[in-house]
Design a protein around this ligand. Structure first.
Ligand code: GAL
Length: 459
């Protein structure tokens, strides 16, 4: 057997060895510090909204769709005054929000955003004081990148400073956009991290100041599926590109949102973009459809039309309190969802003919939305039990949320006659007791319908 020799290891502390060892430790430490400096750790995602702001979709006014960059303090104040005079505050529109283009192009020497000296000469605090005195809340806008979409200062790397300024200016809500994205090698973050920076700044400010957090309205046009993550950061998230005042935009946005309507609930809402009611060539019927869909899908409802020249038709749409009641339901926070697509097979993605038959829960019954996407009038028929929220064997009273009338009792099914082109029918069905005895067939859904003796009714 071979003998294993062992040798003692002798470490000799020569001056050379000591210098080499110390040199190695210093190099390792420097390398570690450098590695840490280039690896920016992602801020943790917020887990909830501890202050419980933004339970219901925000209702109010936003300057963008009507004024774009042509805003000033007079426009904003007169808008607030008109909102009140027209009774819009009374029916729930209680925010007045300033969008892009309110600031100077450059920050102050101390680094703050500065209100535009020509268009907002009295300063933002004076303006929000007046907005609050009219009993509204006030919203402001910024961007998660270097600049806003109109190239005014964005809040990247200034999140804490800017949110403090917005709070000091008296704002209650922040809409936060997605333009002028910093290079990867600088931000070392994707979409979620970019918006987490401001969400964390809002949270921190609220904790430090003891004031409720500003409502956080993410506006990144549905990139990276915000319906899957934005609820942990804010109270609403845009789901699509910008809207425009045409029927095709309404159906396109509706089509996209039909696939993630499940994501809206209390404290977190799909934002279908600001209302175009009153704008462009949208007809009265189209405006009713647009408003019904946005409201029943629990989107924020932000008016964006010139109030000084608003028509009675536009006001009729915006002030439908029966539709607003569904949007602001304190008991059910979820959106309506399609139970049948209609013209197209279920689950078809079609920007012109989105899902037509929708239902959802509400405090006062099951709400139905029937949308005629055709260019001519159509009858629209559905069976009650197509909706998951109705019960077999019961009958339902039918309330029409646009004509504001009771339309009899539905047994088994309902037909809306001659729904206008691009028009809508919104119904509230309330349980009205057992359906008449002997109503046939014995099961309203015949699949596997069976007698107690094992007889299959529809073999
Ligand atoms: C867009 C945003 C619009 C409006 C605009 C302002 O990105 O979607 O709603 O805020 O920027 O420049």
């Amino acid at each position: 057997m071979e003998k294993i020799m062992t040798y003692p290891v002798v470490i000799v502390f020569t001056p050379f060895a000591i210098i080499m060892t110390v040199g190695f430790i210093v190099c390792a430490a420097l390398l570690g510090a450098w590695a840490r400096s280039v690896t920016v750790s992602r801020p943790p995602l917020l887990v909830s909204n501890p202050q419980r702001v933004g339970k219901l979709p925000v209702m109010g006014y936003n300057t963008w769709n009507a004024y774009y960059c042509n805003i000033n303090e007079t426009v904003v104040l007169e808008t607030a005054q008109n909102m009140k005079a027209l009774g819009l505050l009374d029916v729930g529109y209680n925010y007045v929000n300033i969008d892009d283009c309110y600031s100077e192009k450059n920050r102050s020497s101390s680094g703050d955003i500065v209100a535009n000296k020509v268009t907002f000469p009295s300063g933002m605090k004076a303006l929000t004081d007046k907005i609050h005195a009219l009993e509204f809340k006030a919203g402001i806008y910024s961007d998660s990148g270097w600049f806003t979409c109109q190239l005014y200062p964005g809040s990247y790397l200034n999140e804490d400073r800017d949110i403090k300024l917005f709070q000091d200016w008296g704002f209650d809500l922040l809409k936060y956009d997605n333009c002028a994205v910093p290079f990867d090698e600088i931000i070392k973050e994707g979409m979620v991290g970019k918006f987490t920076r401001m969400a964390n700044a809002i949270k921190k400010l609220s904790e430090e100041s003891g004031k409720p957090p500003l409502v956080f309205s993410l506006c990144q046009w549905g990139r990276n599926e915000p319906w899957n993550w934005a609820r942990t950061l804010g109270q609403s998230w845009r789901t699509t590109n910008d809207t425009y005042p045409e029927w095709s935009a309404i159906t396109s946005i509706l089509n996209q949102n039909s696939f993630y309507s499940w994501a809206s609930d209390f404290y977190g809402h799909n934002d279908l973009d600001m209302l175009e009611v009153g704008n462009g060539n949208i007809t009265f019927d189209e405006a009713k459809s647009h408003f019904t869909a946005w409201a029943l899908m629990k989107s924020p409802l932000l008016i964006g039309t010139h109030l000084s020249s608003i028509t009675q038709d536009t006001l009729t749409v915006l002030k439908n309190t029966e539709i607003i009641a569904i949007n602001q339901d304190p008991v059910y926070g979820t959106s309506i969802s399609p139970f049948r697509w209609g013209i197209n097979p279920d689950w078809t993605y079609n920007a012109t003919h989105p899902a037509q038959y929708w239902s959802g829960q509400s405090e006062n019954g099951t709400v139905f939305m029937l949308l005629n996407t055709l260019d001519e009038p159509a009858d629209m028929f559905f069976r009650l039990v197509e909706s998951p929220w109705t019960r077999a064997g019961r009958q339902y009273s039918v309330r029409d949320l646009w004509t504001h009338t009771e339309n009899g009792t539905a047994v088994r099914n309902f037909t809306a006659k001659s729904v206008p082109a691009h028009g809508v029918v919104a119904l509230l069905l309330k349980d009205a007791g057992d359906e008449p005895a002997g109503t046939l067939p014995p099961c309203s859904t015949l699949e596997w319908c069976m007698g107690e003796d094992g007889t299959l009714i529809n073999p």
